[in-house]
Design a protein around this ligand. Structure first.
Ligand code: ADP
Ligand code: MG
Length: 677
């Protein structure tokens, strides 16, 4: 009998090497494997005209092979190529290390080819297309193929092969949610939901399975929060923090006046720091509303009251930027500031650990490495997390386990409606910064099609000539980070050919080493790089006020919330900023969605309108707020399930149910998992 805790080694086809590949994706046991959910499902759509095929978007085309398949070897690769044509245009096909394709396809054959075209040497080609005869394609049209999140070495085939061996096990998994919940909401059993999410027969299977699994994510999250609360009770304020000479001096010398909303939030937090209970607050403010300065003020107060403070950022790039901001702003006050991230060298790390223990560091800035096991603080009084939209449960638990009970402040740009925030953030108090600094000119937006590209390039050149900088965002590639990196590199080449050679263009992508990313970001921050081509890795937090242009390629492929975040990288200084959304698709729906962004720079408004357009419970679309750290769940799209989970927990509690006192093994295990770092 298979057990959830069994190693995936027990499956057929998984030897040392494959095990290692799974392991580096965080999958070691059967339970890890079956909770690796598909990101989406491939459907096989009607073929489009070749002329409508676009880089980065998977399509089917119906074409005739116009030449004999050519074969050559290059740098150890066996490359097979040919061209196809339909009434509208031509497209190249490429296969690597599949020389036998020459036996399978011939000049004159007409087939349906499915794949994601990419630009190669300035021309559109499809690599490794799936190939069907018309009849075979008719059958394929009716299937839903799960597509899993891939990482280096891990292919969809490997995952499907492994998971398909666990179907019997999934069938046997006992239900762990109370019966009344299952009945009330007509959920499928846990085991059935798992089977259906991996191997749906029809769309309805996916919808029902996902409802159940998303409900579970919310339920477990909220239950874990309850459990901590039950265990910890009210946290006493051990660190009363007051204004100091330095903090007053800092406030007097600010280069700008705080907005009314910033002042209000600051007052609320200052009051918190003196109460009997520890501060536990969320500051919610749209991109560019000026949250960082509040963190600076509070941490300066903390340090000069004789305590330590920490600032956590979700990415290393952002941590480095914050570190530099803090060093510059707090320079006059002799505050000891350190940076601690994943790429800090081992020796330096040990040094920092020691200094933190001895209180030779006042403020430490970094990624969530800051609260991991080895780090011990002498007197940690305040932890601020930036853009970590769901800081809470895990991290707070980690702090308490270390015997630390600091004040906690979470800063977020995610515009969560108050009713949902109250559920998600449970016991947090909330401050809202609903006002932008007065010097800001509203960003000017435009939504255009690809024929506008040359104009956009000329525009970027003009802005650079005026001393400004620009971001260009490349479309993400769903299938893999490799392809995405390639895309960005390719685009950078094209851009270099199209912009004046005096303009320095560099690129950034998720596959680069942290150190390289940091270097590029630093140079961009200093104005040494004029144009930064990037994937969405730059989306969170980055602040380069001199950048005035944001050009987003294939804007239709991003969620609106994400586009809003991206756009938030400009319009951060005194100069007029411009956002150019290039839409690769001209259909009505795309126009409507992008029009929302065109019309408004307000995150709340955008999130609401987007939801109206897509409708709640869009179980096939891209998650809107991929930043909330849930796997399947999206608090906007699944707000109804979030409320249901909250209701369920309340009614269980009213009936005397205690999460701290469980006799349900699987639920207990899920809660423990939710609490692990
Ligand atoms: P976010 O809320 O997105 O984190 P930041 O804190 O990075 O925004 O602030 C964006 C920019 O606005 C920074 O350059 C910051 O110095 C500046 N800023 C913050 N508050 C004000 C203000 N009251 N007046 C003018 N500029 C401000
Ligand atoms: Mg910020």
């Amino acid at each position: 009998m298979m057990k959830g805790t069994d190693s995936i080694r027990s499956l057929k086809g998984i030897g040392d090497k494959t095990e290692q590949i799974f392991r580096s994706a965080g999958i070691e046991t059967i339970d890890d494997l079956i909770t690796l959910y598909p990101r989406y499902y491939l459907t096989y759509e009607e073929p489009v005209s070749i002329a409508d095929a676009q880089p980065g978007i998977r399509v089917a085309v119906y074409g005739k092979i116009t030449n004999a398949l050519a074969y050559r070897q290059f740098k150890g690769l066996k490359i097979t190529t040919c061209n196809i044509r339909d009434h509208s245009g031509a497209l190249g096909l490429i296969w690597y290390n599949m020389p036998y394709m020459r036996k399978q396809l011939h000049q004159g054959d007409t087939r349906i080819f499915v794949g994601t075209p990419v630009m190669k040497n300035g021309r559109l080609v499809m690599e490794h297309p799936e190939t069907f005869t018309e009849e075979a394609y008719r059958k394929q049209r009716q299937t839903l193929q799960p597509v899993y999140p891939l990482s280096r070495g891990l292919t969809n085939k490997m995952i499907v092969k492994a998971i398909s061996q666990t179907v019997d096990y999934m069938r046997e998994i006992p239900e762990y949610l109370p019966d009344e919940i299952i009945k009330k909401y007509h959920f499928p059993d846990y085991g059935l939901a798992l089977q259906h999410v991996h191997f749906p027969v029809e769309r309805q299977d996916v919808i029902e399975a996902k409802r159940r699994l998303i409900f579970d994510e919310f339920f477990i999250f909220l239950a874990a929060m309850r459990m901590i609360k039950e265990q910890n009770g009210v946290i006493e304020n051990h660190y009363k923090i007051y204004e100091t000479k330095e903090s007053r001096d800092f406030m007097r010398n600010l280069p700008f006046d705080l907005t009314g909303a910033q002042m209000r939030a600051l007052q609320e937090m200052k009051a918190d720091l003196q109460k009997d209970e520890a501060m536990n607050r969320l500051v919610q403010g749209d991109v560019g509303s000026g949250k960082t300065i509040l963190a600076v003020i509070l941490l300066l107060m903390t340090a000069t009251n004789g305590y330590q403070g920490a600032l956590m950022a979700p990415t290393e790039v952002l941590a480095v930027q914050h570190y530099e901001t803090f060093c510059k702003m707090l320079e006059p006050y002799q505050i000891r500031i350190a940076l601690l991230t994943g790429s800090t060298k081992a020796k330096e790390k040990r040094e920092i650990y020691k200094k933190l223990e001895n209180h030779e560091i006042d403020i430490v800035i970094g990624t969530h490495a800051l609260i991991q096991e080895k780090v011990n603080y002498r007197c940690l009084a305040l932890v601020i997390t930036d853009e970590q939209h769901r800081f809470g449960v895990k991290q707070r638990e980690a702090l308490y386990r270390k015997g630390l009970e600091p004040h906690v402040l979470v800063m977020s740009a995610t515009p969560i409606p108050r009713t949902l925030a109250l559920i998600i953030y449970g016991d947090l108090s909330i401050s809202v910064i609903d006002e932008l600094p007065a010097n800001r000119l509203p960003i000017k937006n435009c939504v255009v099609n690809t024929s506008y590209r040359p104009n956009a390039y000329r525009f970027i050149e003009k802005q650079v000539a005026m001393g400004h900088q620009a971001y260009v965002i490349c479309p993400m590639v769903e299938e893999s980070e490799n392809l995405e990196a390639e895309n960005v590199t390719e685009y950078t080449k094209i851009l270099r050919q199209n912009l004046s050679p005096s303009i320095r263009i560099e690129c950034l992508n998720g596959r680069m080493k942290a150190a390289d990313k940091n270097r590029i970001m630093e140079e961009f921050g200093k104005g040494k790089i004029n144009v930064l081509v990037s994937t969405t890795v730059i989306e969170v937090g980055i602040n380069v006020p001199n950048a005035t242009v944001m050009m987003v390629e294939n804007a239709e492929r991003f969620g609106l919330a994400q586009l809003h975040q991206l756009r938030g990288r400009i319009g951060r200084g005194d100069s007029q900023s411009y956002c150019i959304f290039i839409s690769g698709k001209d259909n009505e729906e795309t126009k409507k969605r992008l029009e929302i962004l065109n019309r408004s720079n307000d995150g709340f408004y955008i999130a609401n309108e987007d939801l109206k357009l897509r409708g709640p419970g869009d179980f096939f679309g891209v998650r809107q707020s991929g930043m909330m750290d849930f796997v399947l769940a999206d608090i906007y799209q699944n707000a109804d399930l979030l409320k249901m989970a909250d209701d369920s927990i309340r009614s269980l509690e009213e009936n005397g149910f205690s999460f701290g006192n469980l006799n349900n093994d699987r639920l207990k295990k899920q809660l423990e998992l939710a609490l692990q770092l």
